[in-house]
Design a protein around this ligand. Structure first.
Ligand code: SF4
Ligand code: SF4
Length: 333
């Protein structure tokens, strides 16, 4: 077995920008979290994306950028956006991709310009493709191999649901073989299709706790850096809402800027970008929820999925739900 999981504390002096360059995608994943009713179908023109990157950068802080979609590699100027972010001073740039790497991305970026984070939801096509689409496993793993061979740092995100939790233990050998260095285990979200899907994808706390921490440690022992959501706080751990103590901005091409990803299905974003200025929104926004203190921990989780919070005979929550942005990390064994 490998090292113990450590909580990755929210770091003051760090700002994380999650910029959705577009909402379009070539796939239609079962658990897709993109909500086009809320966030539109626009693609950010590159000049506008560059102005927003400059606007969102906080001088003097460690600024990390994640470029997302939809599928961000469908954006014809993705490589230019990466380069602009680097020139502006972003400390790291990560591209979250479904693996298709459109527009010959690997030929247009140098390996030290961006980390590539691939989504893969199964250790073979039988598990992955019913969730993400026919043929996706083959394309995604071939492109991971190619990216690793070219010298890119590659991570993989596995979204755990009822449909693939029994196959989590088979991921580490595959990722080691592919040359992946970081393994992100993600919990199926409370957003988009996953929140409304007819066939229950959501896990109970017992299902998550019975499998994920153990499998994360096993994967780390096989040489992967493993990062997974905390989900439940230990009795002695303080609850912290990232909306209050961290700087995360989730930015959509229609100009909405959220601080909490669980709020993204609702028009309660804290900020909007209007005329290339970041403007705080008045009225009932997500910020009002961040300041509420409840025994269950995360207010948004309580509002969106009260059913999976267990209570004792005195009506007290048996476990507190952590902020969805709080992660555990286990170093490679
Ligand atoms: S790859 Fe991402 S954006 Fe595309 S359908 Fe799947 S979850 Fe949605
Ligand atoms: S997930 Fe909960 S705790 Fe985290 S930012 Fe959102 S409301 Fe706050």
């Amino acid at each position: 077995m490998s090292g113990r999981p450590r909580t990755i504390a929210f770091a003051p002096g760090e700002r994380n920008i999650f910029l959705h360059l577009l909402t379009a995608c070539n796939l239609a994943c079962h658990h897709c979290y993109i909500n086009r009713e809320q966030h539109g179908t626009a693609t950010l023109p590159i000049e506008q994306a560059e102005r927003w990157l400059a606007l969102l950068l906080a001088p003097g802080k460690a600024n990390n950028l994640v470029l997302l979609g939809g599928e961000p590699t469908l954006h014809p100027d993705l490589a230019r956006a990466v380069r602009t972010a680097r020139r502006l001073g972003y400390a790291s740039v990560t591209i979250d991709t479904n693996g298709y790497l459109f527009h010959n991305l690997l030929d247009r970026l140098a390996p030290d310009e961006a980390v590539l984070s691939f989504s893969l939801d199964g250790p073979d096509e039988k598990v992955n493709d019913p969730l993400r689409g026919e043929g996706v496993f083959t394309v995604c793993t071939a492109n991971i191999r190619q990216a690793v061979a070219l010298g890119f740092t590659v991570s993989v995100i596995y979204t755990v649901s009822r449909r693939n939790i029994d196959h989590l233990h088979r991921m580490a050998p595959l990722l080691v073989d592919l040359g992946v260095s970081r393994f992100f285990i993600q919990v199926i979200g409370l957003r988009g299709n996953a929140s409304t899907g007819g066939d229950a994808l959501q896990l109970t706390p017992e299902e998550w706790l019975a499998v994920v921490p153990t499998e994360a440690a096993r994967a780390a022992a096989q040489g992967l850096e493993v990062i997974y959501p905390k989900v439940f706080l230990d009795a002695d751990e303080p609850f912290q809402c990232a909306g209050k103590v961290a700087e995360n901005y989730f930015v959509f091409p229609n100009g909405r800027v959220y601080q909490c990803p669980l709020c993204e299905d609702y028009p309660i974003h804290s900020f909007s970008i209007k005329g290339d200025r970041l403007v705080e929104n008045p009225g009932l926004t997500e910020k009002r929820f961040f300041s509420l203190t409840i025994p269950e921990g995360c207010v948004m989780h309580k509002l969106l999925q009260a059913d999976n919070i267990p209570y004792d005979a005195h009506g007290q929550p048996e476990r507190r739900i952590s902020c969805c942005l709080l992660k555990n990390r286990i170093p490679p064994g």
